[in-house]
Design a protein around this ligand. Structure first.
Ligand code: SF4
Ligand code: SF4
Length: 659
């Protein structure tokens, strides 16, 4: 009776096998040495936060794998990656089975197991080749704008394709020699063998071809092992490591930065960056998703987030090569690009391997500030903040004018309030933002909320931190913490998502001392509890909500502001194509409010166009910065009569039943 199995390494001489093993061992050693060289550079980096426990690392990886690295947002890419990854895993498992059967005392590769394994391995190979074909089509024929169609990327894809193809041809040549019936389980190899025989291939010819194909397959496989930690392939190994070692934190929480004297100031070298950033740079797949969602790139500015990450990977390469000259990230990353970032977080959100892109930009910005290379606009804002506790450089005495006109209660007037209403610098000084706090204060008063404002408020330090001046941020933080702790209140409400983010994520380590909410969250609760009475429906108004980055992406609040708009009679809400997690920045964050505009377009102008295209008469938002930026864009575009930019509190205030 025919035995259902095959002779492992049939038709392969001992010399050929020895060469394969020696070549594979040398290639793996080369790859590991290359990886070790990079690990040594990562280890030179500054502390990058605590390492997760083994359990956390496994959970990080499991979450990532379950979420398919956010790939599901792009179905084509998801299918393509699944086919390549799982096809590769199946083929690798098949090769491992062959190795175990041939080189260990284990014997299992026969009978039903053999038939099932043959079918599964062939199907895995089909998936692998199909995935590679999809990748090549997208990169070189469809020419997806965000992908790099470099010869190197093409070479890597071709190498993988040849491995898969020679594997099938090799199998077909082996089966074709005597066509055993049980090999029909090889769902690709057997039909291919029949085809070769029908085309006139003889058993002798197939036997000779098999040797040639085996050698070719071995050589390209050795090439793959040798390239396994280089360029494009590196991300396969390093991205899993980066995800496992990554931590889950609010993307709005900038990492603390050491206060350094001029001597120790960073110069963009590997020793000046965090080890985690060097590791993450090596995990980059070059997919370009970060760049495709970046508002600065869209506006034609110098910033290309992928270029920044690859610039850091290049820094690791140069440091690993150790060519004598101290490498610096500033050699390849233009300083203007570093100043262009709005810290909107769209890049972090889009990255399939969870690279914290803009954190790296801000650390580089901090190093520029340490080196005294500050953009002129940032310099003015930082000086104003240092001297007058507000980045607009308005006189401190003006901060209280709005409050006096409203006769609002201030901390110290009577007993401690339940809530501090945190006004923020924009609210205190900018006329457009003052309208927000007037309506918010009126709503809170109408609802009977026990609140007061903090008379001694200073900027939270958000602009200082994002413009790279950590010392100034720490000073703002210390000032405000003292005043807040002395207030007797334990709850803070603010209409400014930047202040909210700074309090929630950057003022307190671990559990916050204060409950901090955005005004949309509190107003939604007041409406739901029936504590504010809304008037009858007015004329139908079409409204679209612009998600502020620091409320939505950075702090996960998307529903409360929409609920407030929806509560107002007569409002019909429509969504922009990019909303919620995918929202597009207004261009005002990260200190951009005070920086010189560069590039061909204005970010806020791009967002205004998107909002106007919905046909909305009102653009609602929940951030004074967004309101100012979008209003400015409307004026610049001459559309101020066609569209109105309003905070959600203003919209609700208009509908309030005035008693
Ligand atoms: S945070 Fe926003 S502006 Fe900055 S690099 Fe990322 S996507 Fe671009
Ligand atoms: S940083 Fe992330 S999103 Fe950007 S190119 Fe690299 S892998 Fe893609």
């Amino acid at each position: 009776m025919e035995r259902v199995t095959r002779i492992i390494n049939w038709n392969v001489s001992g010399g050929m096998l020895a060469l394969l093993y020696a070549g594979a061992a040398a290639a793996v050693a080369l790859s590991l040495a290359r990886l070790y060289g990079r690990i040594r550079v990562w280890r030179r980096g500054r502390p990058g936060g605590a390492l997760p426990s083994a359990g956390e690392a496994v959970r990080n990886l499991s979450r990532w794998v379950a979420g398919r690295g956010k790939m599901a947002r792009d179905p084509y890419a998801a299918v393509m990656h699944d086919l390549i990854l799982w096809g590769f895993i199946i083929l690798f498992a098949g090769t491992t089975l062959v190795f175990l059967e041939h080189d260990t005392p284990l014997h299992f590769f026969y009978g039903t197991f053999y038939l099932v394994a043959s079918a599964v391995i062939d199907l895995g190979g089909v998936g692998f080749l199909a995935g590679l074909a999809m990748a090549a089509y997208r990169r070189f024929l469809r020419r997806s704008a965000r992908l790099q169609s470099s010869p190197m990327a093409g070479g890597m894809l071709a190498l993988l394709f040849v491995i898969g193809l020679t594997g099938f041809l090799l199998e077909a040549a082996r089966i074709g020699v005597d066509l055993p019936r049980f090999e029909r389980a090889s769902v690709v190899g057997y039909p291919l063998a029949l085809l070769l025989r029908s085309l006139g291939a003889t058993p002798e010819g197939l036997r000779a071809s098999h040797r040639v194909l085996w050698t070719a397959h071995a050589l390209v496989s050795i090439g793959f092992f040798a390239a396994g930690t280089a360029y494009f392939f590196r991300h396969v190994v390093v991205s899993a490591l980066a995800v496992a070692l990554g931590g889950r934190r609010s993307t709005g929480a900038l990492r603390a930065y050491p206060l350094l004297d001029a001597e120790a100031a960073g110069r963009g070298g590997p020793d000046d960056l965090r080890w985690r950033d060097l590791l993450e740079a090596d995990a980059c797949t070059t997919c370009g998703r970060c760049t495709s969602v970046c508002p600065a790139t869209a506006a034609g500015k110098a910033l290309d987030p992928r270029g920044v990450v690859l610039g850091l990977a290049d820094l690791v390469s140069r440091a690993a090569a150790g060519n004598g000259r101290a490498p610096s990230a500033f050699d390849g990353i233009p300083s203007q690009a570093i100043w262009d970032c709005t810290t909107c977080g769209a890049c972090n959100h889009a990255c399939p391997v969870e690279i914290q892109v803009f954190d790296k930009l801000i650390d580089l910005r901090r190093q520029l500030v340490d080196l005294g290379e500050v953009s002129p606009g940032a310099q003015t804002a930082l000086e104003g903040l240092a001297a007058r506790r507000n980045p607009w450089d308005y006189p401190p005495a003006q901060r209280a004018l709005w409050r006096e006109s409203l006769k609002l209660r201030q901390v110290g007037d009577g007993k401690a309030p339940e809530w501090i209403y945190w006004v923020g610098c924009a609210g205190a000084y900018e006329p457009s933002a003052q309208a927000i706090l007037r309506s918010t204060a009126a709503i809170l008063t109408a609802a009977g909320v026990d609140f007061a404002v903090l008379g001694s408020e200073s900027c939270t330090g958000d602009p200082a931190r994002r413009l790279g001046d950590e010392a100034l941020f720490q000073s703002c933080r210390a000032h405000n913490l003292e005043a807040l702790r002395a207030s007797g209140a334990r709850r803070i409400v603010t209409h400014c998502p930047h202040c909210l983010n700074t309090f929630r994520n950057e003022y307190w380590d671990g559990e916050g001392e204060f409950e901090v909410v955005h005004h949309s969250e509190l107003i939604r609760q007041l409406v739901a509890a029936g504590r504010v009475a809304l008037g009858k429906a007015r004329e139908d108004t079409k409204v679209t909500f612009h998600d502020p980055c620091y409320l939505g992406r950075h702090n996960g609040e998307y529903d409360a502001p929409r609920a407030v708009v929806d509560a107002v009679p007569g409002m019909t809400r429509v969504e922009m194509p990019r909303s919620r997690e995918r929202s597009f920045c207004c261009g005002g964050g990260g200190g951009q409010m005070w920086l010189e505009s560069t590039g061909g377009r204005r970010v806020e102008g791009l967002r205004l166009e998107e909002a106007v295209a919905t046909g909305a008469r009102v653009i609602a938002t929940g951030c004074p910065f967004c309101k100012i930026m979008l209003e400015t864009a409307a004026v610049t575009a001459g559309r101020q009569d066609a569209v109105e930019v309003r905070d959600i509190s203003e919209i609700l205030f208009d509908a309030l039943e005035k008693r």
